[in-house]
Design a binder for this molecule. Structure first.
Ligand SMILES: Cc1cc2nc3c(=O)[nH]c(=O)nc-3n(C[C@H](O)[C@H](O)[C@H](O)COP(=O)(O)OP(=O)(O)OC[C@H]3O[C@@H](n4cnc5c(N)ncnc54)[C@H](O)[C@@H]3O)c2cc1C
Length: 385
């Protein structure tokens, strides 16, 4: 694979990681990104877009050489995770039970993205095309070429699309998707708390949708409130002080005082590309699949795509590109579908009018709490270990 020419479209977390790992293996990488990457400054408030990174995702970022450079003032490890159905037994996970220092880490997306970009800028074999978009793709037999919006033309052996849920590359290649909007949206609310950094994340399932608490570094946190779109719109229209009152009245009880810093609503759409590659072009991350974020799996699945493709390109370098991409699809598409379906089951059972389904889910949560070794196995699977 070394010395191949690769174009990566989209420099979000998935695209920037792909570009970095391939460049570190000696390939010539061109990264095209339409928006500038914004680095959070030491005293900036926390951005609304935060993600929970699994232990496996952390390991990938460690291997890429960026984890140790992340400022500790913006990174939060959590050791405990609790989830429950309203008024039922809690299912509790603890990192000590599996001998790990943390179950996962919460950080702003832009923090991870900017750390990856910093590393990319140090490499001679990486060319960055910022504020550029793809206009046309010619997916040829021997090479792929594309035209940018500034009329520059580029060529490569492989084009990797990491341009997010509305992937322009996917559309230019006319790769179809199965997709639907969930009848829920999600309000992200950053808060400052009057207690020190927490090491627990929790989620309560309700008929209207889950309510979750994500700890952030120092005395910061993010509340995640799923509800019907019109309710999210109404909550979003409140002032920060009014929203605090609504949280006190309607959100699960918080054991500390807080002030609302920022808020933003996000629509939830499930998408799955009907195929992950075509000729010399391949889809990764949200360009290939978007998932209900209720278990925080989206970017973790994207990082697994990256690891899988990079490993195949490295270890099966003698195979034709088409065979490598076919293997990538056969490894990642079913795995992503399983996770999407699991999230849909949770979503549908909580919304279901059928009491039987809800009783079943309560039963599953309770049985899981008392399942000992099995519970730890499930936890390790979710952590990607
Ligand atoms: C509310 C919410 C909460 C979430 N929480 C979690 C969580 O806790 N844990 C988790 O694992 N996941 C979570 N996710 C999912 C996670 O945010 C996504 O899976 C992840 O951001 C996908 O990364 P990506 O790089 O594939 O795509 P994106 O982050 O969408 O990045 C795509 C990049 O491509 C660029 N781009 C777009 N179009 C073009 C173009 N035409 N040309 C060039 N560049 C282009 C964009 O500017 C962007 O930089 C959450 C999602 C939502 C909506």
């Amino acid at each position: 694979m070394q010395n191949r020419e690769v174009i990566v479209v989209g420099g979000g977390m998935v695209g920037a990681l792909t570009a970095l790992l391939l460049a570190q293996l000696g390939n010539k990488v061109k990264l095209i990104e339409k928006s500038p990457c914004i680095r959070p400054m030491e005293n900036d408030g926390f951005d609304l877009r935060v993600s929970a990174f699994s232990a496996q995702s952390k390991n990938i970022l460690v291997a890429a050489g960026i984890w140790d450079n992340l400022p500790k003032s913006r990174l939060c490890a959590y050791q405990r995770l609790q989830t429950w159905e309203k008024s039922s037994e809690k299912l509790c996970f603890d990192s000590q039970a599996v001998g790990l220092e943390a179950l996962g880490y919460i950080a702003e997306n832009r923090l991870i993205q900017s750390a990856l970009w910093d590393k990319l800028k140090q490499l001679d074999n990486v060319c960055l095309y910022e504020k550029r978009q793809v206009k046309k793709i010619v997916n040829g037999y021997a090479e792929v070429s594309l035209l940018l919006d500034d009329e520059q033309s580029l060529r490569a052996d492989l084009l990797i699309a990491c341009d997010g849920g509305n992937s322009a590359v996917r559309q230019l290649l006319q790769i179809g998707i199965t997709a639907w909007d969930y009848r829920q949206q999600c309000l992200l609310i950053t808060i400052k708390t009057d207690i020190a950094q927490q090491n627990i994340t929790w989620q309560e399932f309700r008929e209207s949708g889950p309510c979750a608490f994500l700890p952030l570094a120092n005395n910061n946190a993010c509340l995640v409130w799923y509800h019907k779109p019109q309710k999210i719109k109404q909550l979003q229209s409140l002032s920060n002080e009014q929203l605090k009152l609504a949280i006190l009245q309607e959100f699960p009880a918080l054991s500390f005082d807080f002030s609302v810093q920022d808020k933003g609503g996000f629509p939830l759409t499930r998408r799955h590309a009907q195929r992950y590659y075509q000729g010399r072009c391949v889809l990764l991350g949200d360009a290939a699949h978007t998932i209900n974020p209720l278990a925080g799996q989206g970017v973790n699945l994207g990082f697994k795509d990256v690891q899988c493709l990079v490993d195949l390109l490295q270890h099966c370098a003698d195979l034709p590109i088409n065979n490598i991409l076919q293997r990538y699809q056969s490894m990642r598409k079913p795995a992503n579908l399983v996770m999407q379906t699991a999230m849909d089951l949770f979503y549908k059972s909580s919304k279901s009018e059928l009491p039987l389904l809800r009783i079943l889910r309560k039963g599953v949560l309770s049985a899981a709490q008392h399942s000992g070794g099995l519970k730890n196995k499930v936890m390790k699977y979710a952590m990607g270990l």
